[in-house]
Design a protein. Structure first.
Length: 245
């Protein structure tokens, strides 16, 4: 993995501002893994992609992260601080190949979802439709007890749910849920944690802060953006403090 420079990270951020959430995740990884093509990254199981994002996040912003959530019962804002290692699945080895599940007389062959599947989602697609699109792409073959091929659309709902559950079990790094308990009302709930969205928000905040620092130092000293970005964060901060004196 390559730790991107400040200039590389800013260039990636600028190019990904208007991109979809899934495309942004691939753009982030493309900077850190230049030896991998975008197509190779897009075909990775989502958990494998997210494991790489977690590793990059540790290198860029440290091992500690703070998650903010609103209680669905009383709307109280909560902050939960944890380590990346707390949400990293141990001994994680996802399978890129086909997997099988037998459910209620059906044998279903499927693969794990990847980013190239999510790229097909439209912004206004509801969760039910998104699940159907995803499963239709990831289910490779369905047979009944007679060995006859069956159309995915004709599967009973409980069988479809069993396949979706097996996919989640087969790729636990892609299906993270955090447990919360509200100190104000005592309500407990679980919420999905998406490292791709979380990291993008951090990169966006870093980029805006960095651009403000470049602006301040360029105005004070006449330095170019590249001059400022080549400085270490410590030296840059020292110059910013001098500007305030």
């Amino acid at each position: 993995m390559l730790i991107p420079s400040a200039a590389q990270l800013l260039d990636m951020w600028e190019g990904a501002i208007a991109a979809s959430h899934t495309r942004r995740a691939l753009d982030i990884l493309s900077v850190a893994y230049p030896e991998l093509t975008v197509d190779a990254l897009a075909r990775m199981p989502l958990g494998q992609r997210d494991a790489k994002l977690m590793r990059l996040r540790e290198c860029l912003f440290g091992s500690s992260l703070t998650v903010v959530a609103a209680c669905p019962h009383c709307s109280t804002q909560l902050e939960s601080t944890m380590l990346v290692s707390d949400i990293r699945v141990d001994n994680y080895h996802p399978s890129n190949g086909a997997q099988e599940i037998d459910s209620d007389g059906y044998r279903i062959v499927f693969r794990l979802p990847a980013s190239n599947d999510l790229l097909l989602f439209s912004p206004d697609m509801d969760s039910s439709r998104a699940r159907d699109v995803l499963l239709a792409r990831c289910i490779l073959d369905v047979r009944n007890t007679d060995g006859e091929q069956v159309c995915y659309a004709s599967l009973p709902e409980h069988v479809v749910s069993a396949v979706a559950e097996q996919m989640a079990l087969a790729d636990p790094q892609a299906d993270l849920e955090l447990a919360f308990e509200c100190p104000a009302c005592g309500h407990s709930w679980e919420a999905m944690f998406d490292i791709a969205r979380f990291l993008w928000r951090e990169i966006h905040a870093w980029a805006m802060r960095t651009l403000r620092e470049v602006h301040s130092l360029a105005r004070a000293y006449g330095w170019s953006e590249s001059d400022v970005l080549m400085m270490s964060p410590t030296r840059r901060q020292m110059y910013l403090e001098l500007c305030r004196q």
